[in-house]
Design a protein around this ligand. Structure first.
Ligand code: ASP
Length: 325
């Protein structure tokens, strides 16, 4: 007979813990009440870490969540984190970079409020619990389980505002699924993310979304010392209008400037386009390609790097892991 599994549930708020009392949905459900929805033979120990909508999660909050998850992971078979779906992908990425444990750490959430018609929270909690308790989920890095799909932290993103099946890992796909309460993993990430640490210093790393007709003057504010690093979300494989390149080069002399593809699929290019503003030109001017990471995930990584004093060279070395060099 297999020993009963023990799971830690960390709650943070989000729609999964919200009800609508007539003035729109807000957090009102305790961590204990969420834990009670899991049921079954699994022993669940609940810790309420936050009770907020997920757009309020700061990097310091994510670091505290990572610390709590790590502490719990030593005494349980797996850790589940109930989280708002809006920024779940940012927290998942941050935890994947901070945590080094083989114990499964699984984020989940809900698209419908607690007790709403067809609410998905309880089913998502149960599926996340199955995955967290499964020996097959050990050593895969941080996971997200929603709508019975098992996603890798560095690939998952919210791709729909209201669908019950709002999460995707496109263009790669989920690692597996939960079927009939069985955890069925079909793929493993080829390697773990490099380990980063949270240095505690607040780091200001804005994302700038560049579009055709973007005006160079809008970049001036990012040269200020108040900005620690800059992430650009760029058209195609990493391309800007030609009249931006000098301003970007100037910013890149004083702080890391990383560019990600805004396409939501495919990685930044390195040696295809040589025109002024093409990715070859940007790299020659000192900008760093984010590889497969999108701007949101790149921003989390850079904020962690900068918070612990990393310089441009260390930031570039980190992103090499995500561009197959
Ligand atoms: N606004 C909510 C949040 O992210 C949405 C959700 O949880 O799905 O907290």
């Amino acid at each position: 007979m297999t020993a009963p599994r023990k799971i830690a549930l960390l709650t943070t708020g989000g729609t999964i813990a919200m009800t609508n009392q007539g003035r729109g949905a807000d957090v009102s459900i305790s961590g204990q009440a969420l834990g009670a929805r899991i049921g079954g033979a699994i022993d669940v120990e609940v810790t309420e870490v936050f009770a907020k909508p997920s757009p309020n999660m700061s990097l310091a909050d994510m670091a505290l969540l990572a610390q709590t998850a790590l502490a719990k992971s030593r005494d349980v078979d797996g850790v589940i984190i109930a989280h708002g779906t809006d920024t779940l992908e940012e927290t998942a990425c941050c935890l994947d970079l901070l945590l080094r444990t083989d114990t499964p750490i699984v984020l989940t959430g809900a698209m419908r409020t607690f007790g709403a018609e067809g609410a998905d929270g309880a089913a998502n909690l149960r599926a996340a619990c199955r995955v967290a308790a499964s020996p097959s989920a050990r050593g895969l890095g941080v996971l997200a389980v929603l709508a019975d799909e098992i996603h890798a932290a560095m690939l998952v993103r919210k791709a729909h505002t209201s669908s019950l099946n709002a999460f995707t890992s496109q263009p790669f796909g989920p690692l597996g699924s939960v079927v009939e309460d069985r955890v069925h993993l079909l793929l493993r990430p080829a390697r773990r993310s490099p380990e980063l640490r949270w240095g505690g210093a607040g780091s200001h790393v804005p994302i700038v979304h560049v579009y055709s007709g973007f005006e160079a003057g809008a970049l001036a504010r990012y040269a200020s010392d108040e900005v620690d690093a800059l992430v650009l979300s760029l058209p195609g494989g990493g391309h800007v209008p030609a009249d931006l390149v000098e301003a970007l080069e100037a910013v890149a002399t004083s702080k890391p400037v990383v560019f990600a593809a805004r396409t939501q699929g495919g990685e930044t290019l390195n040696r295809t386009y040589g025109y002024v503003g093409g990715e070859m030109d940007l790299i020659a001017r000192g900008l760093i390609p984010a590889g497969t990471l999108d701007a949101l995930k790149a921003r989390i990584a850079i904020a962690l790097l900068v918070s612990s004093g990393a310089d441009r060279r260390a930031v570039a070395a980190f992103f090499d892991h995500f561009r197959g060099v």
